[in-house]
Design a binder for this molecule. Structure first.
Ligand code: NAP
Ligand code: ZN
Length: 351
C-alpha cells in the first residue's frame, strides 16, 4: 500500500514529507487509517540519534489512533470501521515466558518496536505513526473504548501505559504519596492516573511555572527541585516517585524525598546517569528502579481505565507540518501536555 508520512533523513535534518510503501496485508494483519498521532519525546531522541544510529529515512510515532480499513482473512477481533490503536510495539516472538505472561516489552527474543526496527518476517524497517496508514498484526492492535474521545486518546498508547504500568507495579493506591518528576507528556499522564488511583500527587518540577497546569489536573502542587529549602522540608515524604526527566541527571537530588522503603522509578532517561549517592538508599532502604512501557494486555487495561475514569490526556492538536516546532518545544521541556497530530491534515499538508 502506498502511503505518506513525515520522516527524518538524518540525525540533524528536519522532518519532511515522505512517500513510502506499507507491506501487503498478511492473513493476521489489520490495515489502519491513522487519524491521530501523538508526539513522544522518545521520537525526538530516536531521530536525533541519542540512542544510537538509526535506519534513516525514519518515520517515528508510537501513539497511534485510527480506523480499521481492511483485515486479513485470519483476523478475528477487528472489523472494518472499528476505532483502534497501536502503541510502542508491533511484534514479539509470542513464544517466550515474557510473551506468555503478557510482558511482550521484555520478550526474550526482542520485541519489535513500532518504528526503526526490522520486521520479523520481511526484514524491512518498521515505520511509525507519523503517517497516513499502518499495517499491524492483530495481536498488537488495541481497541479504543467508545467512551474515549479519539482525538485525545493517542497519548495513552505510550505516555499512558509507561506511567500506568509502574504505578500498578509499585502498588500505588488510595492514600499513596506520589511524586512525579517532570510535568511533560509522561508526567501529566502520571498525575492524572495516580490521582484516579486515589493517590496524593505532587509534581516535582524545575520551576513553579507549571503550577497552574499541575493543580488543574489534580496535583496538590509543585515542589521546585531547585529550591533546596523546599526539598529539605519534603524529605521522607513520598512512598513512590516516578522520574520522567529526559536527560542524564543525578537521582540523589530526589532519593532523600522517599520515605523508608520507598521507590523511585526511572522511565525518562535511557542511558547514562550521573554518579549517585548510595547513602539515601542505604539510610532508608530506599530503591531506585526502572520500567519500560507495558505489555499489550496492560495497554488495553489503561485504555479501559481511562474510559472508566473519564481521563483524557491534555492534547494540543497540531498539523503534521508543525512537527518541527513541536520537537523544539519538547527539547526545551516547556509544555505540560502532549502534541497530537491530526493526520487528516496530512495529505493537503504534504502535497
Ligand atoms: P517531555 O514531554 O519533554 O517531558 C519531560 C519533562 O521533563 C519536561 O516537561 C520537564 O518538566 C522535565 N525536564 C526536561 N528537561 C529537563 C532537565 N534538563 N532536567 C530536569 N527536568 C527536565 O517528554 P516525555 O514525552 O514525557 O518523555 C520523557 C522521557 O521519557 C523521554 O526521555 C522519553 O524518551 C522517555 N520515555 C520512556 C519510556 C519508557 O518506556 N521508559 C516511554 C516513553 C518515553 P518540568 O518543566 O516540569 O521540569
Ligand atoms: Zn513514547
Amino acid at each position: 500500500m502506498k502511503t505518506i508520512g513525515y520522516a527524518a533523513h538524518s540525525s540533524d535534518a528536519h522532518m519532511v514529507p515522505y512517500h513510502f510503501e506499507r507491506r501487503d496485508l498478511r492473513r493476521n494483519d489489520v490495515a489502519i487509517e491513522i487519524l491521530y498521532s501523538g508526539v513522544c519525546h522518545s521520537d525526538l531522541h530516536t531521530v536525533n540519534g541519542d540512542w544510537g544510529p538509526q535506519p534513516y529515512p525514519l518515520v517515528p510515532g508510537h501513539e497511534i489512533v485510527g480506523r480499521v480499513i481492511e483485515v486479513g482473512s485470519d483476523v478475528e477481533n477487528y472489523n472494518v470501521g472499528d476505532n483502534v490503536a497501536v502503541g510502542c510495539m508491533v511484534d514479539s516472538c509470542q513464544d517466550c515466558d515474557q510473551c506468555h505472561s503478557h510482558e511482550e516489552q521484555f520478550c526474550r527474543n526482542g520485541m519489535t518496536p513500532t518504528y526503526g526496527a526490522p520486521d520479523r518476517i520481511s526484514g524491512e524497517t518498521t515505520q511509525g505513526g507519523y503517517s497516513k496508514h499502518i499495517i499491524v498484526r492483530e495481536e498488537f492492535v488495541l481497541s479504543v473504548p467508545d467512551a474515549l474521545d479519539i482525538s485525545k486518546a493517542a497519548p495513552i498508547l505510550c505516555a499512558g501505559i509507561t506511567t500506568y504500568s509502574p504505578l500498578r507495579s509499585w502498588n500505588v493506591t488510595k492514600g499513596s504519596r506520589v511524586g512525579v518528576i517532570g510535568l511533560g507528556g509522561l508526567g501529566h499522564m502520571a498525575v492524572k492516573l495516580a490521582v484516579a488511583m486515589g493517590a496524593e500527587v505532587t509534581v516535582i518540577s524545575r520551576s513553579s511555572n507549571k503550577e497552574e497546569e499541575a493543580k488543574a489536573i489534580g496535583a496538590k502542587g509543585i515542589l521546585v527541585s531547585k529550591d533546596e529549602d523546599a526539598m529539605d522540608a519534603a524529605a521522607s515524604s513520598f512512598d513512590f516517585i516516578l522520574d520522567t526527566v529526559p536527560v542524564k541527571h543525578d537521582v540523589s537530588v530526589y532519593t532523600p524525598l522517599l520515605d523508608v522503603d520507598g521507590t523511585l522509578t526511572i522511565v525518562g532517561q535511557v542511558g547514562p546517569m550521573d554518579e549517585f549517592m548510595s547513602w539515601p538508599l542505604i539510610g532508608g532502604r530506599r530503591r531506585v528502579a526502572g520500567s519500560l512501557i507495558g505489555g499489550i494486555k496492560e495497554t488495553q487495561e489503561v485504555l479501559d481505565f481511562c474510559a472508566e475514569h473519564n481521563i483524557h490526556p491534555e492534547c494540543k492538536i497540531i498539523k503534521p507540518s508543525e512537527i518541527n516546532d513541536a520537537f523544539e518545544h519538547l527539547s526545551k521541556g516547556d509544555v505540560a501536555y502532549r502534541f497530537v497530530m491530526d493526520m487528516s491534515q496530512l495529505a493537503e499538508d504534504a502535497a
